[in-house]
Design a protein around this ligand. Structure first.
Ligand code: F0G
Length: 467
């Protein structure tokens, strides 16, 4: 039961509504099994009167808590005593306008902004959440932490375990389902890396069972503390816009942790009177991994004041099982059929008048090449946001002049294989692209093969020179 703390855990199911102390290590409500939120008694928290007050933290950069792009907003996730916070300088990210991407989306220059989360220490947005989960792990005395991953969560947990030395790390990945860039990080940072013969959904199911049996602290986004850290992506976007709220936030959807925490961040800010309006949220699935799209846009699954129609969801999963269909996309980070935060994402879509779209691997890789040519390389899953914005513009849902923020979730070097396959176009990689329905590479920047001979090299350089 909850004590007199400012922060507590609350069951997402509004009929159950059970609350628990933050000293309990839970990833599900122990009464009804639903997801949990971290919630606060805001009347007792020291919330600033205006978001501008956070700007003072820029002058305190020698204090690691004020340097962190997560913890300099600590009054908006007030669950941890300062001395317990585990930080490695995460969240030094940027919001940049990209005219190349705006043109590609057929939107006016200056209206499309990219939130570049690849600048985090482990190269993806996951560090925003992992600093918060690691902090809670420390608060509860965890000796071991684990996650299932398509690669970025494992890289992030491994770096926090490695640098803090506070807990050992076990990561579960689907064998052959993770890019080398990400696998190399988990191995290099010293995590025990378990490759399960199966996919992410299998790994996710197994890690939950293992954590429960062995008392290991679980760091997937089913952990409500992790999602608290990911709220700060929204705070940094607003800060970069001088605390103005954009019209759209477009985010790739996999396990739906980001979309869920964005919805929570925004509704809390509104409730606290710190923002006056809400942006619209667009969650973008890969076409080969489109559970949220199918349930929300085609079958009418809704938050419904917390009374989600579970039978509808279960029916869809039963169909998936019966057909033997598995998630399949080149954007391996979002190759997920059973997103654990589905219900929270439905709540976020409800709060932010949201839409869900699906984009093909062809659209993802074309968008990725445009983002890269504009200077902000990203991995395939991230480019789903830009492909989604383009689609929403084409269908008229996004209007010209609306300000659109696309989240670039992971660094380009996470998955160089996909990038080289698109640009280099050798026979082997062409086969791999074709397998995923990528038939054209209109934005390919082909390498030029030449003999080791100066005249031929010069001819190639002169022929390829621009400007
Ligand atoms: N983009 C990237 C680069 C990711 O790694 C992920 C998720 C997502 C988007 C989807 O975010 O789950 O919040 O909807 N990767 C997880 C992992 C599943 O294990 O690294 P989400």
């Amino acid at each position: 039961m909850r004590s007199s703390e400012i922060a507590f855990q609350r069951c997402l199911n509004t009929t159950c509504g059970s609350t628990f102390s933050i000293s309990e290590v839970l990833t599900r409500c122990s009464r009804c099994g639903d997801l949990l939120d971290v919630d606060y008694d805001w009347s007792r928290a020291r919330v600033p009167g205006s978001l501008r007050e956070f700007e003072a933290r820029w002058s305190e950069r020698l204090n690691p808590l004020s340097y962190s792009g997560v913890w300099r907003f600590r009054e908006l996730l007030p669950f941890a005593p300062d001395e317990q916070i585990v930080t490695i300088g995460e969240g030094q990210t940027q919001l940049k306008s990209s005219n190349a991407v705006a043109r590609y989306c057929d939107l006016p220059e200056g209206t499309v902004l990219l939130q570049y989360e690849g600048l985090n220490p482990s190269g993806s947005f996951k560090d925003n959440g992992m600093t918060a989960a690691s902090t809670h792990a420390r608060m509860t005395g965890a000796k071991q932490a684990a996650c299932a991953s398509t690669g970025n969560t494992s890289a992030s947990l491994a770096i926090y375990g490695g640098t803090s030395g506070l807990f050992g790390v076990v990561v579960f990945v689907g064998s052959g389902k993770i890019s080398y860039g990400k696998l190399s990080q988990a191995l290099d940072y010293g995590a025990l890396t378990v490759q399960i013969r199966g996919d992410f959904d299998d790994a996710m199911r197994q890690v939950q069972a293992v954590c429960q049996r062995e008392g290991i602290y679980l760091c997937n986004s089913v952990n409500p503390f992790r999602l608290e850290g990911q709220k700060t992506i929204i705070y940094r976007i607003l800060e970069s816009l001088g605390w103005e709220v954009p019209d759209w936030i477009v985010v790739p959807g996999g396990n739906l942790g980001n979309s869920s925490s964005f919805g929570k961040a925004l509704s809390e800010l509104k409730q606290l009177g710190l923002i006056q309006k809400l942006p619209r949220l667009a969650v973008i699935n890969a076409a080969g991994s489109d559970t949220l799209y199918e349930l929300y846009e085609r079958r009418g699954s809704r938050w419904n004041g917390g009374q989600v129609d579970q039978a509808l969801i279960d029916g869809f999963y039963a169909e998936l099982d019966a057909s033997g269909k598995r998630a399949e996309t080149l954007a391996t980070a979002i190759q997920i059929s059973r997103p654990v935060n589905l219900k929270k994402a439905l709540r976020a879509l409800d709060v932010c008048d949201g839409v869900v779209r699906r984009v093909t691997d062809q659209e993802i890789l074309d968008a990725k090449a445009q983002i890269g040519a504009g200077g902000f390389g990203c991995e395939p899953a991230s480019a789903a946001s830009v492909a989604g914005a383009r689609l929403l513009r084409r269908e008229g849902t996004i209007a010209p002049g609306e300000r659109v923020v696309c989240i670039l979730t992971g660094h380009q070097l996470k998955d160089p294989t996909a990038t080289v396959a698109y640009h280099a176009g050798d026979a082997h990689s062409r086969d791999d692209l074709l397998k995923h329905g990528v038939e054209r590479t209109p934005f390919a920047n082909r390498p030029v093969a030449v003999a080791n001979e100066i005249e031929e090299i010069l001819r190639a350089v002169r022929a390829g020179s621009v400007g």
